[in-house]
Design a protein around this ligand. Sequence first.
Ligand code: ACM
Length: 679
Amino acid sequence: MRILLAFASLFVSLSLAAGSDTLNLMPMPASIQAGGGQLSLERSFSVAMSGYRDAALDRAVQRFLAQLSRQTGIPFSQKTGGVSNPTLTIRADHAREKVQKLGEDEAYELAVSGSGATLSAPNPLGILRGLQTFLQLVNITPSGFAVPELNIKDQPRFPWRGTLIDVGRHFIPLDVLKRNVDGLAAVKMNVLHWHLYDDQGFRIESKRFPKLQQDGSGGQYYTQDEIREFVAYAYERGVRIVPEFEMPGHSRSVLAGYPELGSGSGPYPVEPGAPDVAIDPTREETYKFIDKFIEEMSKLFPDEYVHIGGDEVNPEPWNANPKIQEFIRAHGMKNNQDLQAYFNQRVQKILDKHHKIMIGWDEVLHPELPKTVVVQSWRGQESLAAAARQGYRGLLSFGYYLDLMWPAARHYAGDPMSGDAANLTSEEKGRILGGESCMWSEWVTPENIDSRIWPRNAAIAERLWSPPEVQDPASMYRRLSSVSQSLEWLGLTQRSSLHPALERMSGGGDVKALGVLAGVVEPVKDYVRMDGVKGPWDFRAPLNHLIDIVRPESDQAREFAEMVQSYIAGGHQDARAAAEIRQRLITWRDNDARLHAELEGSFLLQELVPLSQNLSTLGSAGLFALDYLEKATPSPENWRSQQLAWIEQTKAPTANLLMMVTAPVQQLVEASGRERTQR
Ligand code: ACM
């Protein structure tokens, strides 16, 4: 790059781990050289385009300027006609593919000096990525908004960086999906895996088979025009839409309108608790249906890849059907798995006929399938390596399930190339295309979905884009907080949705004390909530309890835990840290008195009474412990054991919520019994 050479002498090269950490970039670029100065963003800010240009690129620049205006409050607009002295010069060498391709070049280079910036890329896809980097670089200074002087050369580590959104269990309207596509683009993800139906709902308009949406959707589906519009929307943002058509399991909503495809005798209405019945793979009519269906869907979804699901096929309906069992015997198959492999081969041939490449969950892995098939690993990382060894390309989703309510750091630690994959040959490693986070929607609504996806998804995006050595969780959390703020400028609501939901639960009024409680709890993890459901899970039930509203990860609890750890590790001598810890503990101790009447007054809040009392108990215990620590007098043994016994009781979930400040308070109490250590 010419511009890089011109500025090279002015810049100091910084390692990824050190200097670039002061920037709020996420995902962290592959290479950054930081300079000392900055580029001011004045009202006169202008963009010039040289090189390849088309209407879509012009629209991308307009969106960029609108976003820049939102971030600064300065009304930027693109000048028509020629621009002299542009602040930002954009240069793409050539057009991008008409249908975004896996592995299409996303590289870009961004050079910022005090007098202007240049963003260049082989094609507009790289420009889209670079514009997002530019937006993340904007910060406020004493003299105005500015972008630091630097040179960035960036490209993704993996070509497939996606998020699955399940719209089957709960319908998610298009406007909500669109703002999430904006979020994906902001963190340089490039695939939305659209899980378009499941047992609980079918979400696509089919003109060929209209009973699919008529009987399977409860009126909640996307029209074909909406789907086309959404696919175009995502394309303009550099995001591929990969549709998933689940078969043969997880497809009761298909059988609602077409019971003749089912393995039982039907009918199969979509209703809470109704079992997954699985498509009958032994009938020729099944394949005729799939052929016609895929033919129609191929026109709606231009991406080269189609996901056929293939996970968790319920064996019961196949076992119970003598004709299916006879088919297995007559064809020399051993079991249901062989039958599913037979089904997958037939479906793969249909996809091939319609020029589509098949993806399936790891259950589809079978040596009879052609090596073009992509295997998506959800049950464990081993299957990803196993697929790569057998010559299949693969995607990692195990470890990236957003519905499990894990902290961002836990997702961040998962790497497609770790575990069994670390021992693959370089050729086998080359088959690992990347990964996808998964937003399964059992407990998700349009209201809370943003807060389930964001900001944690940005940490997964970084894992899939940035060099593997970018892995410091402290740096990740610092940048994640900044990214989360800027995602709200895009219209995402992961932060802003909390307050109105608390007001609804309490019937209006001041929800400050309720906010204190909500800020230090998290939903139960993994499948604990589902496991606790008595009787059939009701996907139509209102999701309006505190668990549905609080964030999956409590920043306040994490920060408090870090504060306590460093205070104890420092020999509890830091009076300022002690004062900060004390202030929080007092707030928690006193919160229940403020909140109690409010909790009693709302049927949605009553279940939180013991949780609020626990927070108060923890606040008191922590304050006594802090007193001992500050006085450097060890706490009495019997006091400690009594406190620890109480603290133990606060660990059990209440209303499916976990109290997240329990562990640091326990640490304070335990430390209060020890002599002060000399540093
Ligand atoms: C899955 O979670 N059954 C793919």
